[in-house]
Design a binder for this molecule. Structure first.
Ligand code: ADP
Ligand code: MG
Length: 446
């Protein structure tokens, strides 16, 4: 006899077996309708559920019923709206598509389909980070855990983080992925504490396959959150579940971040996104223009790309403004129009730095005096910082080689060239130096 009780037992069993997220999404909404002959009819909220459940849970349900009653049954699913008399069968006849299943999985994970690897433009400044993010989706939890994505504002961190989630779900729509900003994590923790639902909170986070935390820097100073995040991190890490974190600061520079978290963030891999080079900026502009069916002249693209130093969000905003202005006025989108539209608006987005600021930042970092940089002292602990400062001067100011030499105690231009080449070479192989220079750059907002 297949009764409602049998179905309820089956539900209880699945609740034990499945992770809570899947149970709540797929099994909890199923209701018992009737049993006739050898067929049990169950109702589900929409047509979309049917193929999903048939593919993923049907055999488990049938097995359970066979084990507990000794009978093999057929399962028949109907859409709930069709069962209720008088309710219109909204979904009737609409077969669930792979797309709609993906859409639901994405929504559950708080992912936006517009952020994919496919539409992420790769160049020198972000290729390392892009490659590590992709690698993570191929071996979830196995290679870089956690993966810590570091980069300035508007450089594509959220885009890549979401792209990881989308790629994982594309491969397996059932993967339990969650994208969350650290601010939202804080709020949901506060809610859980207020409502006394901490065990539910913990269960939710600890049952994930992939946790994507955006802008972790905001948990600095929030002790209770850090404590909870620490435990979440540990549980996921021990289970080899993937954790990906983004931040616009190095773990070391996040203010009031507990040491134990700081060290864990560096357990896996820190992958950084550098400010974009001109070619990437132009390619991004062309892509946006294309998507909008607008022809973007090369000169205009270059003008915009040069105007906005690094922030890609600003770059997009810039182009949107020019396109809007052109369509409002009916004028051709040329450089004159672009200049006119943007006059005075984005000027302060161009960051400049002078050689003294660079020298100060380098000295602060290596604990030296400015005079050390200008001195003849060639001991390693002074020569290296001097070379770093010269390199940064060459990269980020418009000074000539002799001018830079002069700023470093009257060195000649070949010495400057030599220092720049030396650091460039070192950067290819020396990750410690690479990180040090990044920190100095970030202290200069470069
Ligand atoms: P962040 O999180 O680092 O502040 P976002 O990921 O929000 O930056 O990126 C800002 C905007 O720039 C987004 O619309 C993103 O899609 C776009 N963007 C950034 N980098 C790229 C890239 N390499 N290719 C295409 N779009 C990009
Ligand atoms: Mg972001």
């Amino acid at each position: 006899m297949f009764s409602k009780q049998l179905w309820n037992n089956c539900k209880a069993e699945l609740k034990q077996k499945l992770n809570p997220h899947n149970y709540d999404s797929w099994i909890a909404p199923i209701s018992y309708v009737s049993t006739k002959d050898n067929t049990m009819t169950l109702s589900v909220p929409s047509a979309f559920f049917i193929s999903w459940i048939e593919e993923h849970y049907k055999s488990q349900i049938i097995d359970f019923i066979k084990e507990s009653s000794g009978n093999t049954i057929n399962l028949n699913f109907v859409v709930a709206a069709e069962v209720v008399v008088g309710d219109k069968p909204a979904e009737k006849g609409k077969a669930p598509t792979a797309d709609s299943i993906l859409a639901q999985s994405r929504a559950r994970a708080f992912l936006n389909e517009k952020y994919t690897f496919k539409n992420f433009i790769v160049g020198k400044s972000n290729e390392f980070c892009n490659a590590t993010c992709k690698a993570v989706t191929k071996k979830i939890g196995e290679i870089y855990n956690p993966l810590f994505i570091y980069g300035g504002v508007g450089l594509g961190k959220t885009h890549l983080l979401q792209a990881i989630g989308n790629a994982v779900i594309d491969k397996n729509p059932e993967a339990n992925v969650l994208y969350i900003s650290s601010e939202k994590f804080v709020n949901s923790l506060i809610n859980a504490l207020q409502q006394g639902s901490m065990s539910k909170f913990r269960r939710k986070y600890r049952s994930l396959d992939v946790l994507l935390v955006d802008d972790i820097q905001f948990i600095g100073g929030k002790e209770r959150t850090q404590e909870e995040f620490f435990h979440t991190f540990n549980s996921l890490f021990e289970l080899k579940k993937q954790i990906v974190i983004t931040s616009d600061k190095f773990p070391k520079d996040i203010k009031n971040l507990e040491l134990r978290l700081r060290s864990r963030f560096a357990w896996g891999l820190i992958a950084d996104i550098q400010p974009p080079e001109l070619e990437i900026k132009i390619a991004i502009l062309q892509k946006i223009a294309n998507e909008n069916g607008v022809v973007l002249e090369e000169g205009v693209a270059t003008f915009l790309a040069e105007k906005i130093k690094s922030n890609i969000r600003e770059l997009e905003g810039c182009l949107a403004r020019v396109m809007a202005y052109s369509s409002l006025t009916g004028r051709h989108m040329d450089i004159d129009l672009a200049e006119e539209t943007l006059r005075g608006i984005y000027d302060d987005a161009v960051r400049t730095v002078d050689i003294r600021q660079i020298q100060r930042a380098v000295c602060d970092f290596y604990k030296l005096k400015i005079n050390d940089l200008k001195s003849k002292n060639r001991s390693k602990n002074i020569a290296l910082p001097r070379h770093v400062a010269i390199y940064l001067g060459r990269e980020f100011t418009s000074m000539s080689l002799p001018e830079i030499g002069k700023a470093f105690g009257g060195r000649d231009h070949t010495t400057v060239m030599h220092a720049v080449a030396k650091i460039k070479n070192e950067l290819e192989i020396n990750t410690q130096l690479y990180n040090e220079i990044n920190e100095i750059k970030s202290s200069l907002n470069l």
